[in-house]
Design a protein around this ligand. Structure first.
Ligand code: SAM
Ligand code: DTB
Ligand code: SF4
Length: 340
């Protein structure tokens, strides 16, 4: 069997990388997106696969590794999050990591096969001095030849520019839910704050990584509402993480009922159809999902995963298990995007 690290023979019009600035093909109404969700599963999958194959090789998956560079103690009240100080989740607060420690972790991720390295910090919003320190971390990771991504909370004017100059490729900031569900989950900042940060990232020339979480008790229409917000961003994000809620004891959503796995797969398919050139990332929740559902997500157009045995504070499948899964499926890891 060929190695997962070898490039597959591509039979379709393959593209290794999303373009820097995909334009929205059309404006999507919530009704139109809900209609996609309502399609028979085979029809929805066919449409998603068609969109996927027009823009990417369907056999390749990007590996992105996450590192929590500053964990816990966050003042926000995001109802899903183990890092919010107000919830008793057992997560210990740490200080921002030093460049040497981050370099080691990034080198390990690269050696294991990751092409993108994403640094997360449990901040509501970084201070100016935090941005300077994270810029140093970005330079450190970039120097190893990895694509860089950071998720640090809300940014002020100038922050995204500083990070861009340090070599930041992507900034992750999720919309998380539909606007009409958001207030049920988070009260300490509003939807417009998130859109403002995304606009700052975009205008600094940093690529946008923006998605959300499903399985928080939202309706199907609200899942459609989240996808509509993402797809109607102009341009839509280059990278779209779709997280399945990881239920953490101590958070308000700890006892939330499981989402039907097919509904998760549908969400991936609808994201693929509405944002055809984006990297759609099958993000949090893989450990709880099982191999068969993950395979359906790849068939629905997911072409990126978080790779490494930890997300930020919760578990993720072992790297060996992910390499084995791709080999079983005859799929391969995507080559890195061309670096500027
Ligand atoms: N503090 C920053 C912020 O909120 O923008 C960055 C880190 S925050 C942990 C990044 C994202 O992780 C959140 O927006 C959310 O989408 C996701 N996330 C956090 N906890 C999660 C959970 N339990 N299940 C699924 N996704 C989660
Ligand atoms: C994203 O959309 N998901 C990642 C990343 N962006 C930063 C985070 C998932 C966190 C899951 C819960 C945890 O491990 O703390
Ligand atoms: Fe803080 Fe981010 Fe967690 Fe919200 S999601 S509590 S802002 S770390």
């Amino acid at each position: 069997m060929s190695s997962v690290f070898e490039q597959s023979v591509t039979l379709h019009r393959p593209r290794q990388a999303a373009p820097a600035n995909p334009q929205p093909a059309e404006r999507w109404s919530v009704d139109a997106i809900e209609a996609l969700f309502n399609l028979p599963f085979p029809e929805l999958m066919h449409r998603a696969q068609t969109a996927h194959r027009e823009n990417f090789s369907p056999n390749q998956v990007e590996f992105a590794t996450l590192l929590s560079v500053k964990t816990g103690g966050c003042q926000e009240d995001c109802g899903y999050c183990p890092q919010a100080a107000r919830f008793d989740t057992g997560v210990k607060a740490t200080k921002l990591m030093e460049p040497d420690e981050v370099r080691l972790a990034a080198q390990r991720a690269k050696d294991a096969g990751a092409t993108r390295f994403c640094m997360g910090a449990a901040w509501r919003a970084p201070k100016d001095r935090d941005i300077e320190k994270v810029a140093e971390l970005v330079r450190t990771v970039k120097a190893l030849g990895l694509e860089t991504c950071a998720t640090l909370g809300m940014l002020e004017d100038g922050h995204a520019e500083t990070l861009q100059s340090a070599g930041l490729d992507y900034y992750n900031h999720n919309l998380d839910s539909a606007p009409d569900f958001y207030g049920d989950i988070i009260t300490t900042r509003d939807y417009q704050d998130r859109l403002d940060t995304l606009a700052r990232v975009r205008s600094a020339g940093v690529k946008v990584c923006c998605g959300g979480i499903v399985g928080m008790g939202e309706t199907r229409r609200q899942r459609a509402g989240l996808v509509a917000e993402l797809a109607n961003l102009t341009p839509y994000p280059e990278s779209v993480p779709i997280n399945n809620l990881v239920k953490v004891e101590g958070t308000p959503l700890a006892d939330q009922a499981d989402l039907d796995p097919f509904e998760f797969v549908r969400t991936i398919a609808v994201a693929r159809i509405t944002m055809p050139k984006a990297r759609v990332r099958l993000s949090a929740g893989r450990q709880q999902m099982g191999d068969a559902v993950q395979a359906l997500c790849f068939l629905a157009g997911a072409n990126s995963i978080f790779y490494g045995d930890k997300l930020l504070t919760t578990g993720n499948p072992d790297t060996d298990a992910d390499v084995a899964l791709l080999e079983r499926l005859g799929m391969t890891r995507s080559a890195p995007e061309a670096q500027p």
